[in-house]
Design a protein around this ligand. Structure first.
Ligand code: TV7
Ligand code: CA
Ligand code: ZN
Length: 400
């Protein structure tokens, strides 16, 4: 009934180097690379490996990362360790300069940092490569999606921007690449990297706004009127769209919004490749997120984009309640291969405890995450309609 087979008529590939799992940002840090272990175990327990081609990509090299990043920044990233961090006063000044340190510990220097960044970036570049040589129609890298990294700075748990590197690779053969970002945070690094080109369109859905203390939700950018450069001589004009949302958006609202806006962008821009960042911090009950989405509503974004039959690169991103990150990315892997998964988790699943018990989702693949709701819905129907009208208005720039 739930037999897993290769999809007919198209190919899905899975790009993953298990070494990423063993890196630690520090015990209290919300980014947990071991969430990838959980995701992989679920994917294997459901037998999804039989429906895809599996690849173990090599780490990216310094020169490959330097296609986007400054060599000086990469040199620093390659040489910094927790041990030489405070011993070398010359390094202190660069820590600030390159987005580390300060009072914020968002981007800690941890053991194996260089190995970690080259592994997740290598996987995104390999996935892009598979799309280019037509070995895949959909290529997946759940370890990537680090959308805040800048060419010469780390930001928001991101050190190297694997998305920019993968898109740059796609641009060697594709005239127009569409980037879509459903992480609860604004995809500022990718937007900024391509702000001056008409060959990449960036679209991000995210939480935007001030909390009761007057602090903006990270990174503080991405309002509806932020549409990139406005100078008519700039080729990038009109090729950015931001959808700022309030706390607590629900499944029906998000699906409607995503379908309406993404559909309009695809129709107008006519991309020949799509990169979809699937940050799972937009789920209900996420440790850092503010939205109220269930796994299948998050997965709807993948289903909808897949339905256009355009070469697709799927990457991870945020996601701070590891068991739900694993569930979501397993479900989305199944969406790609056209498989249906039983709601009861396979009994032979290693780490079953992580998903078991009422508070961990009762041994189900699709627990109701609305039960874990912590944020009231502040998105009125009226506000969302205004947002869509505004978005459609912004899209008119595309007509040139
Ligand atoms: C893609 N939120 C990345 C999202 C990056 C969000 C932030 C934290 C955080 C950091 C910690 C920590 C944390 C419980 C949460 C202004 C600050 C406020 C740090 C305490 N616990 C992605 C980045 C965001 C680090 N940063 O899009 C070590 O939360 O809001 C901020 C900046 C200054 C720094 N402080 C937070 O999902 C992958 N950081 C515990 C330990
Ligand atoms: Ca986003
Ligand atoms: Zn995020």
């Amino acid at each position: 009934e739930y037999g897993i087979e290769k999809p007919k008529g198209y190919k899905v590939s899975f790009h993953y180097n298990a070494e990423v799992e063993y890196h630690h940002f520090g015990s209290s840090h919300p980014m947990k690379p071991w969430r990838l272990t959980l995701a992989k175990q679920l994917i294997l327990a459901y037998g999804l490996e039989y429906a895809m081609d599996l690849y173990q990509p090599r780490p990216a090299t310094f020169d490959e990362l330097a296609i986007f990043h400054d060599r000086q920044y990469l040199g620093f990233l390659q040489s910094i360790t927790p041990q030489n961090l405070d011993s070398d006063p010359a390094k202190a000044k660069y820590l600030e300069l390159f987005g580390f340190g300060g009072e914020s510990n968002d981007c800690p220097v941890f053991d194996g940092l260089w190995n970690y960044v080259s592994l997740y970036s290598g996987a995104s570049m390999h996935a892009a490569h598979n799309l280019l040589n037509q070995q895949s129609d959909i290529a997946i890298n759940w370890s990537g999606g680090l959308h805040h990294a800048k060419k010469n700075a780390a930001s928001g748990f991101c050190y190297v921007n694997d998305i920019v590197l993968a898109i740059q690779h796609l641009l060697t053969q594709h005239q127009r690449v569409l980037y879509i970002d459903v992480d609860v945070h604004h995809g500022d690094g990718v937007e900024q990297a391509f702000e001056s080109t008409d060959r990449v369109f960036t679209l991000s859905y995210h939480k935007y706004g001030l909390d009761k203390w007057g602090a903006g939700f990270f990174p503080g950018t991405g309002n509806i009127n932020e549409v990139g450069p406005t100078d008519p001589s700039n080729r990038g004009k009109g090729h950015t769209l931001n959808i700022p949302l309030e706390d607590g958006i629900d499944d029906e609202q998000y699906k409607w919004l995503f379908k309406t806006v993404t559909g309009a962008v695809i129709l107008k821009y006519q991309p020949t490749a799509i990169v979809l960042q699937c940050g799972a911090d937009s789920l209900g009950g996420d440790r850092l997120g503010r939205f109220n989405l269930n796994i299948k509503a998050h997965g709807f974004c993948v289903e909808h984009v897949k339905s256009f039959n355009i070469p697709l690169l799927l990457i991870g991103g945020g996601g701070y309640t590891p068991r739900n990150v694993a569930r979501t990315w397993c479900h989305e892997t199944a969406v790609c291969t056209g498989s249906e998964l039983h709601n009861n988790l396979p009994m032979h699943l290693p780490y079953l405890q992580a998903f078991d018990g009422a508070e961990n989702g009762g041994g189900m693949l699709y627990p109701n995450l609305h039960n874990t709701k912590r944020h009231d819905n502040q998105n009125s129907r009226e506000k969302l309609q205004k947002l869509v009208a505004h978005a459609m208005e912004n899209l008119r720039y595309l007509e040139g």
